[in-house]
Write a protein that binds this ligand. Sequence first.
Ligand SMILES: *Cc1c(COP(=O)(O)O)cnc(C)c1O
Length: 369
Amino acid sequence: MPTDHVRLFIPGPSEVRAELRQAQAKPMIGHRSAAFSDLFARIQKKLRQVFYTNSRVYVSTSSGTGVWDAASRNCIRPDKKVLHVINGSFSERWAYTSQANGKQVVAIDLEWGKAVRGEMIRETLQSGGFDAVAFVHNETSTGAMSPLEEIAEVVKEFPDVLLLVDAVSSAAGVKIEVDRLGIDVLVTSSQKCFALPPGLALAPVSDRALERAKVVPYRGYYFDFLALEESLLKNQTPTTPAISLMFALDQELDDMLAEGLDARFARHIELARLTQQWVRDNGFELFPEPEFSSYTVTTVRNTRGIDIAALNQYLKARGMQISNGYGKLKDKTFRIAHMGDVTRAEMEELLGCMTAYLEEKAPSAAAAK
Ligand SMILES: *Cc1c(COP(=O)(O)O)cnc(C)c1O
């Protein structure tokens, strides 16, 4: 059946279900209306469940990157430092964001594909003078998912250091208990595991982070935590938000809770295992260290040297799309996303189609098996 609809198996934007696309088409409401405050309050309550937090979750009309700026600007005093751990493209850009905001950045530079570990953070923090640690939980560029629990335990040894976590491509796909782990700012975007269109960032923020913001000058305007907080207490946002996206978010949160959060997280693990098995069965290797291979995106080392663009052409003709490697990893790796609302049947269809491509178009490489 010919179709224009190419289903996305790329690590953002994720495929958006028709119900969620349609939820955006509700009639517009004013952002200072009671109807909006009701919507905001409903969303807030459900977001706290998804993030396992009793404090607030800011809903920002921006992509996730906006909250990088927010975290950098609100959480680090001018005479203190922020530790950024860099293990791929997104963590590199977040470190740059802190620098661009005039912050003193200390970076630990890891080889791409490596996971962030608690011990390396402890060693650096021991030198003193840090206000925050920032790292990317799930490096979408390499497919490495770092052990959040281990890192959080280490950061708790340093009571004045805030924990800033980019979980853009893992939150709502992987269980992250914000309060228990002591995460001060978590950032995620609507278009990854929430499986919504792009345009919203969701950010649980702790009381500690708010207290810090009070003593940090030049927090800017759009992402000032204290301004966001003042509005949130009235179930509002400081400026006009992406209301249509919030309609879709309200629906998606209902659907997530109906699926059950634990079932949702288990589904992501199951689909990651299925994909990792396909990688091994077809003579490829995982790019990251296998024990840190992500639950939401599998980055495959192109050990068979296949033509990834041609594979994607083949898939597109069948209404599906995966991702080439990111930046310098293009053609050396490719990425299969299994995040959001994707089902086992859909994953099996994709992987079956990829197997068929290899058998038809890359038989010489099959000798590598
Ligand atoms: C996609 C992504 C980002 C960027 O998010 P935007 O919503 O595009 O700003 C940041 N970090 C990670 C890990 C990502 O996967």
